[in-house]
Design a protein around this ligand. Structure first.
Ligand code: SF4
Length: 465
């Protein structure tokens, strides 16, 4: 794993008279960066919920007539990278269930920290699970409390759930959006430009894509209810200390999104500027590792006065199904994705900016490639602090053993990568960017300061296998 993997992207729309399935498809397309293992759409028409989902990218799953076959006025969609539960078709979302109150569809972004306990307790009292995802625990809890109506059931359910969950839920007639009381994963609401409906999405870039105007972020602990009466809101649980995932800004979110009031591109640029203040390096050029390092590299170049150049060209057409090269050709993997611009780089000292370092193997290959094409010195600067702890809130950091910064001191990492210099943005420097709201974020993978305690049963993605 060369980059941390985002868990999921979710999307929901309520828009009578519109092609809600196609708009959901476009919304999921905009959120594809959040999950590439599976995709699914559920559409409701007032009487029933129809579902189609499968393994692969959004255009692979919906490559035929699937979208045309849907009809209805509200829909939800999901793109998934598995954090709890194996990567199998059964675990793809949305999950659609029948319960005493009718039909319900649910799509979840995040990771429950008490899924194993809840699952054991539900199973012991008669619940049957069809998947190994923590999301089905939520569905079972909703079903259990459903006699009091869906919103009340959700409020009760939120008392039991711990950890990270942003949800979109649909019934035959209603769309609901729910965010956990810490607001770990992003979720926002928008209105279609012709005021003919509402949209909810993990990121504002998906609202832009379907022509919706951003209204606001869903508040931590809030339940937003959208139906024929318009948009209503109840506080499902009191908001706790905000703990928005800071890694959304560093890497996961699309740079054109705005999350909880902070435009992602601007935050990344400021991270680069701060990096230049903390680690001024004498160099001829600043180059980004595309695409994740671009905004921070621009910030570094602006603050340092060193010219910015796109020294590494990225092949954008390498799909998920790219066949990994054999052992003796393994450098080819990086060369297929990135190629250095020799005429720009030869004989130069460069500051190479990337967003983060997980295992360090790809960075090592890039440095080797740059040196082979005549670069004099490569200083790797990272626009985030060292990742030294696992995430249990919906990002796949696997185990700490894979995190190079948890295993080696910085000087050893530098030698492993073969760089002439290696510097990380400080935790303080990163938080300073958020000013008075510096305490509104989860930083656990850097600081070990977990906002929601992690029971030993939260072992990772196989917890419910
Ligand atoms: Fe985000 Fe890291 Fe917190 Fe996980 S531990 S939610 S990746 S900041």
């Amino acid at each position: 794993m060369e980059k941390l993997k985002e868990a999921c992207g979710i999307f929901g729309i309520y828009a009578p008279g519109k092609d809600v399935a196609r708009l959901t498809y476009y919304g999921l397309y905009a959120l594809q960066h959040r999950g590439q293992e599976s995709a699914g759409i559920a559409v409701a028409d007032g009487r029933k919920i129809s579902l189609y989902k499968g393994m692969g990218l959004v255009p692979e799953v919906f490559g035929g007539q699937e979208i045309d076959n849907f009809s209805g006025h509200l829909a939800i969609g999901h793109v998934r990278y598995s954090t709890t539960g194996a990567s199998q078709p059964i675990n793809a979302q949305p999950l659609v269930f029948r319960y005493s109150g009718g039909m319900i569809g649910l799509a979840h972004n995040g990771n429950l920290t008490n899924a194993a306990e809840l699952s054991a307790s539900l199973t012991s009292t008669g619940s049957v699970f069809q998947t190994t995802t923590d999301s089905e625990v939520i569905v079972n809890l909703i079903a259990r409390y459903s006699q009091t109506g869906l919103v009340n059931a959700l409020m009760k359910c939120m008392i039991s759930l711990a950890g990270a969950y942003s949800l979109v839920i649909l019934t035959e007639n209603q769309l609901l959006a729910v965010r956990d009381p810490y607001g770990f994963r992003p979720l926002c609401v928008g209105e279609l430009e012709d005021a003919q409906g509402y949209v909810v999405a993990s990121e504002s870039c998906a609202l832009d894509t379907v022509g919706a105007r951003f209204i606001r972020d869903v508040a931590p602990g809030e339940i937003v209810i959208i139906d024929g009466e318009g948009l209503a809101s109840v506080q499902g649980q009191p908001g706790r200390k905000n703990a928005h995932c800071i890694f959304e800004y560093i890497y996961f979110a699309r740079p054109d999104s705005c999350l909880d009031g902070f435009p992602v591109n601007q935050v990344r640029r400021l991270m680069g500027r701060r990096l230049a203040e903390e680690y001024p390096v004498r160099a001829d050029l600043v180059i980004p590792v595309p695409d994740s390092g671009v905004s921070a590299a621009r910030g570094y170049a602006e603050a340092s006065g060193i010219p910015f150049e796109e020294g590494l060209m990225k092949n954008r057409y390498i799909g998920r199904t790219f066949i990994q090269p054999s052992q003796d050709m393994r450098d080819l993997g990086v060369r297929l994705k990135l190629n250095p611009a020799r005429e720009i780089l030869a004989g130069k000292s460069v500051v190479m900016v990337d967003d983060s370092l997980v295992r360090g193997t790809t960075s090592g290959k890039i440095v080797k490639m740059l040196k082979e094409c005549g670069v004099k010195e490569v200083h790797l600067l990272l626009s985030s602090p060292p990742i030294v702890h696992s995430c249990y809130y919906g990002i796949d950091t696997s185990n700490r053993g894979e995190l190079i910064a948890a295993q080696k001191p910085i000087e050893e990492i530098r030698r492993f990568i073969g760089a002439d210099g290696l510097h990380y943005l400080s935790l303080e420097g990163m938080l300073d960017i958020f000013g008075e709201r510096r305490n509104d974020f989860c930083t656990a993978c850097f600081s070990g300061d977990y906002p929601v305690k992690i029971p030993s049963s939260a072992r990772g993605k196989d917890a419910l296998e």
